[in-house]
Design a protein around this ligand. Structure first.
Ligand SMILES: Cc1ncc(COP(=O)(O)O)c(C=O)c1O
Length: 359
């Protein structure tokens, strides 16, 4: 077997320990004589799986009892619509801080459902910073404030939370479970699974219970958070395989020491990589240092004519998926939980060596 160091932004690397369990589970899961893909979502073993999955997640993130954990299909993109649909009436205002492409997309989706007010927008500097909070043009009667905790493409992350009494709705797709958070600071957290949770196809939504009642009538059941809360996320057939993998990933995170231990490794990994970039004139990262992402590290080569060579040679060295997003160019190393410190060290060694040969 040969495994590469996978720096994909998503769908992203999964822990090898989890892949090994999946491999051995497939023909006969949990003594059922079936794979988990072939069993009813309402069967006892599957219900036990979902209960364990939620209990582990609640422990990992210290989710308070007055928050519901929901599992929904449609990706984070569907939550960009479900948030305004559930939290506003069409004439209501919702404030959006746009620090990258995903926040821009969320504001655009919300504008179809309510008055989405972009109160701060970092596109003037190519999404390389978070505008200072005192400069935000906050609305007086906003129903919520939307942020993108970590912008996967730009590599910009909030390291402290905005103030105010308005519920914060956070797209945490690319930073969930990378470090401890205080869930009670948020009204709603949503995250597509395909970075730190598991395979694409399932989306985690954590909603404070007083926000579950939809603000408008007539929503389809599948677009109402409340119906997922009332049906244990079985409003219709859930993506059982993705849910099963999420359960394994949470057990793996618990085995590895939970959020404090994971956060420390993530801090180390990102610190090393930024230090390597900053110490060289050959590589650069243009994000303001206080808002740099710990999960997605974009970097440019001083001579972009070398980009193709860098990508070919890195792939040949089993360092894959380093091409930057087309809107940014250059390179991007996504270093989610399942990307080991050793993988980051190998990347840094490769970068140093490439610089020596081409600098
Ligand atoms: C921060 C962020 N938000 C939203 C999305 C879109 O997620 P999905 O494809 O699950 O709808 C992504 C996808 O990579 C993302 O990184």
């Amino acid at each position: 077997m040969s495994r590469v160091h996978n720096f994909s932004a998503g769908p992203a690397a999964l822990p090898l320990e989890v892949l090994d369990i999946i491999k051995s589970d497939i023909p006969d899961w949990n003594g059922t004589g079936m794979s988990v893909m072939e069993i009813s979502h309402r069967s006892k073993p599957f219900i036990e799986l979902t209960e364990r999955c939620e209990a582990n997640l609640r422990e990992l993130l210290a989710i308070p009892d007055n928050y519901s954990v929901l599992w929904i299909q449609g990706g984070a993109t569907m939550q960009m619509a479900m948030a305004p649909l559930n939290l506003t009436q069409p004439t209501d205002i919702a404030d959006y801080v746009v620090t990258g492409s995903w926040g821009k997309k969320a504001a655009g989706e919300a504008a179809r459902q309510c008055n989405a007010n972009v109160i701060a927008d970092a596109s003037d500097k190519n999404f390389t910073y978070i505008p200072d909070e005192p400069d935000w043009q906050r609305s007086e009667n906003a129903r919520y404030l939307h942020i993108t905790s970590n912008e996967t493409i730009a590599g910009v992350e909030f390291h402290s939370l905005p103030g105010g009494d308005v519920p914060i709705v956070a797209d945490m797709s690319s930073s969930i479970l990378s470090r401890p958070i205080d869930v009670k600071d948020y009204g709603v957290i949503y995250a597509g699974a395909q970075k730190n949770i598991g395979p694409a196809g399932i989306t985690l939504v954590i909603v404070r219970n007083d926000l579950l009642e939809p603000a408008r009538d007539g929503l389809p059941h599948l677009m109402m958070w409340k119906s997922y809360a009332e049906s244990d996320s079985m409003t219709n057939t859930p993506p059982t395989f993705a849910w099963y993998v999420a359960d394994l990933v949470f057990q793996d995170l618990q085995n590895k020491g939970g959020m404090p231990a994971i956060a420390e490794i993530n801090r180390l990994k990102s610190q090393k990589l930024y230090a390597a970039i900053d110490s060289s004139d050959f590589y650069s990262n243009s994000v303001r240092p206080d808002c740099r992402s710990r999960m997605n590290v974009p970097f440019a080569l001083a001579d972009s004519a070398l980009d193709g060579k860098f990508l070919t040679e890195s792939a040949a060295a089993d360092l894959t998926n380093l091409k930057g997003h087309r809107s940014v160019g250059g390179m991007r190393a996504s270093i989610y939980n399942a990307v080991s410190e050793e993988a980051v060290d190998t990347l840094i060694d490769f970068m140093n060596e490439f610089e020596r040969r081409n600098g």
